[in-house]
Design a protein around this ligand. Structure first.
Ligand code: PLP
Length: 398
């Protein structure tokens, strides 16, 4: 049935102002273009190329055979919350009460949405680094809140400073959102810098939302859990997940850990929307926490080999790239081509069939860079680098 212009307009008029405030993800838009091109090497999508370690999948399959197919507690299975509390204490020395301070969520994605809905009223501001993960801004906008961006760049290793955050604090500031190791830059920030942010947050009595989904993916540095810093546990909402470290993106499971009052508000929203995370995913996550360490470390070692190859390769081509110490992204500068990041990504895809994500998709400060995800084979990385070299040699202006 062909729709008339009036019918189309009518349908658009049904869309709420909040939904209209967010635009389609810059990443997705780009991947529609990619899907229609053959022979592409993708350094695009930010997900592991490994499948979930078999013992983790098997735990889920076994649970289905055992009849674990019902709803669970809204907060997540008690055994999983207990296992998670043990894991967080062993890993970071932070103690959480499994009954009240932990919530099992549908990935960090749901955790982000819940925390914003739980704490923000229209007009409230959340300070976050720029560039940053695409969902941060949208989750704030969907509540009627206002994202306030703090620019970072290659010169400061894409680390947000306490002083820059402080300059953005107003009487509408409701929270500070950070995410290290970072998407899209691969930046990891030091314990020292995090302590300065902690001190600032305490001084202004602001909660900090810390997205630590890439906590396990660090290379030659140690991950600092923000909540483990002195005195801030009670005002930190820690978001963590299984997607990246255990190659479990499709299982859709993560968690939020924080003060009981905020977790209770998040749980109230979660119980009317998700009810609970799929039971088999909870079973798989339990196995990941109990015995997934070795498989996770193996994958990290593999990512590290690829990281070294891609960072050296990009720098050799002239796409200068600071050393990313976390996640699985390199974020090279493309300024030597004089192109915008969207133009670069589009031309590279058309001329050389290599997919990267324009840095501007992650915020204004991402302009002049592209995100290259190296969670792909060394063979593909090598081929992508030689295609990119040909492309840069052809288009270099400086
Ligand atoms: N946070 C960051 C920084 C991410 O990069 C991603 C996914 O790419 C997410 C959260 C979403 O993770 P999940 O799969 O747990 O929803």
């Amino acid at each position: 049935m062909v729709m008339t212009v009036e019918q189309h307009r009518k349908l658009l008029s049904y869309i709420s102002q909040r939904a209209n405030r967010i635009s389609p993800s810059g990443i997705r838009k780009f991947f529609d273009l990619l899907a229609s091109t053959e022979g592409v090497i993708s350094l695009g999508v930010g997900e592991p190329d490994f499948t979930t370690p078999w013992h983790i999948s098997e735990a889920a399959i076994y649970s289905l055979g055992k009849g674990y197919t019902m709803y669970t507690s809204n907060s997540g299975m008690p055994e999983l919350r207990e296992e998670l509390a043990r894991y967080l204490e062993d890993s970071y020395g932070v103690k959480y009460d499994p009954n009240g301070e932990l919530l099992i969520t549908v990935g960090v994605s749901e955790g982000l949405d819940l925390v914003m809905r739980a704490i923000l009223d229209p007009g409230d501001e959340v300070i976050m680094p720029d560039p940053c993960y695409v969902a941060y801004e949208s989750c704030v906008l969907l509540t009627g809140g206002k994202p306030v961006k703090v620019p970072t760049n290659q010169e400061n290793n894409f680390e947000v400073s306490a002083a820059d955050i402080e300059a953005q604090i107003t009487d509408r500031t409701k929270a500070i959102l950070i995410g290290y190791p970072a998407n899209p830059t691969g930046a990891v920030t030091s314990r020292d810098k995090l302590s300065q942010i902690a001190e600032l947050a305490l001084r202004y009595q602001l909660p900090v939302i810390s997205d630590e989904i890439y906590a396990k993916l660090v290379y030659g540095v140690e991950h600092t859990c923000f909540a483990s810093l002195p005195k801030v546990k009670e005002s930190t909402i820690l978001l963590g997940g299984f997607s990246k470290a255990y190659a479990m993106t499709g299982w859709r499971i993560g968690y939020a850990a924080g003060p009981g009052e905020i977790i209770a508000a998040m749980t109230r929203i979660h119980q009317y929307t998700m009810m609970c995370v799929p039971t088999m995913s909870q079973m798989a996550a339990m196995e990941a926490l109990r015995s997934g360490e070795a498989s996770a470390l193996e994958m990290v070692e593999d990512y590290n080999r690829r990281r070294r190859v891609i960072v050296k390769g990009l720098n050799d081509i002239g796409l200068t790239c600071f050393e990313p110490r976390g996640a699985f992204y390199a974020f090279p500068s493309i300024k030597c081509t004089g192109m915008s990041s969207e133009e670069f990504a589009e031309k590279l895809l058309i001329e050389e069939k290599v997919a990267v994500v324009p840095g501007v998709a992650f915020g204004k400060s991402g302009e002049g860079y592209v995100r290259c995800c190296y969670a792909t084979s060394l063979t593909d990385i090598g081929e992508a680098l030689s295609r990119m070299k040909r492309f840069v040699d052809k288009h270099r202006v400086t």
